[in-house]
Design a protein around this ligand. Structure first.
Ligand code: PLP
Length: 358
């Protein structure tokens, strides 16, 4: 008998999620390591958050009805098929807990989001990593990796940390190749930033199938601190997740701020336009000669250096100028740096430092 409590099998094999570095508090450092909004939050969301602070003594409405109603209106979907959560990472855990157990497998692309192996292993199941083609999920390879034990396919679209995406047709082809008992989780965390015409957020596929879930977040749109995620899913999935989620899983200021942010489509459009402009600019500035920028549809770019040593040196050179970017060795890409799209001055400063590496 162990002489102290022991976690379930697999828990201690999990390497805890590594967040992007922040500067020392109070420092002038510019954080480009966590894909946060460079334009702050929607002023309407901030005001709603402030007003909610007047009511901190009462429990929030448990189903996040105000938030779901706003999302339903803005996205043209049934609010009863939405579940809100304390950040979308929370929802990924809940989905894993509902649909994965001992002996099960979940499939993901090799450079997919690093939370998927954590939630999969925490639920007692095994993660199956599938090779990509040029840093992009490969539908044929994903389908070939599906076994009798597969219960979930995790797909971030666009993907973090690569920024690459699958077209609507490719996602549909992936879905068409899956057994009906396998849940396809489409994580559209960066949907608001996509400009590609052949992209689809995943909503239509949820409408058309019983085994597709779309997961979204407000974190990349200026509300990372408020922790607001949500999913749109078939009724039976909504029912399962609702049974195990915390009864008051989204706090009141977050519900109110999220509803206001969802309705502030003007702010969302401004963020998207800023991002598209500076994503294109930075990609153009850095590409060529010795650096490669993987084409991105998200609010960051993956920059590939000729070697890990050079990527490390670039990271340190950026740090020395107060520019914090993301090293992605934990993702298996030690020769890459992930750089969030920031303000104009931040982007110009990054380009200036990286000149020496081109
Ligand atoms: C950032 C991110 C999330 C969500 O994070 P939360 O802050 O928990 O909502 C989910 N998926 C991907 C791919 C992300 O990059």
């Amino acid at each position: 008998m162990p002489n102290r409590p022991t976690p379930q099998p697999g828990i201690l094999d999990i390497a805890a999620y590594v967040p992007g570095k922040s500067g020392a508090s109070g420092s002038k450092a510019i954080k480009l390591s966590a894909n946060e909004s460079p334009l702050g939050a929607s002023p309407k969301a901030i005001e709603a958050f402030r007003q909610a602070a007047e009511h901190l003594e009462i429990y929030p409405e448990g189903s996040s009805r105000v938030l779901r109603t706003a999302l339903g209106e803005v996205h043209g979907i049934d609010p009863d098929l939405i579940v809100a959560s304390n950040g979308s990472g929370d929802l990924l855990h809940l989905i894993a807990q509902c649909y994965l157990g001992q002996g099960d497998e979940a499939v993901m692309n090799r450079y997919g989001f690093s939370l998927y192996p954590i939630v999969t292993t925490a639920a007692g199941a095994r993660i199956v990593l599938v090779d990509e083609t040029d840093f992009t999920a490969d539908v044929d390879a994903l389908l070939a990796a599906v076994s009798e034990r597969t219960r979930i396919v995790w797909l971030a679209n666009p993907n973090n940390p690569t920024g690459t995406y699958l077209s609507d047709a490719e996602v549909r082809r992936l879905h068409a190749g899956l057994r009906p008992d396998i849940l396809l989780v489409i994580d559209s965390a960066y949907a608001e930033y996509v400009t590609a015409a052949d992209y689809s957020v995943g909503q239509d596929l949820v409408d058309a199938a019983e085994n597709v879930v779309m997961v979204r977040t407000f974190s990349k749109m200026g509300l990372a601190a408020a922790r607001i995620g949500w999913m749109y899913a078939p009724e039976h999935v909504v029912d399962a997740v609702n049974r195990i989620r915390g009864p008051f899983n989204v706090n009141l200021p977050a519900q109110m701020a999220g509803a206001a942010a969802a309705r502030d489509t003007e702010f969302t459009a401004r963020l998207k336009a800023h991002n598209a402009q500076w994503r294109e600019w930075l990609t153009g500035r850095l590409s060529g000669n010795r650096l490669r920028v993987v084409p991105s549809q998200a609010n960051f770019v993956l920059v590939l250096f000729p070697s890990e040593t050079e990527a490390d040196a670039a990271f340190e050179a950026l740090m020395a100028k107060g520019l914090i970017v993301r090293q992605i060795g934990v993702y298996g890409i030690p020769q890459g740096l992930r750089i969030s799209i920031g303000t104009e001055s931040a982007m110009r400063a990054v380009a200036e430092v990286l000149k020496d590496f081109q």
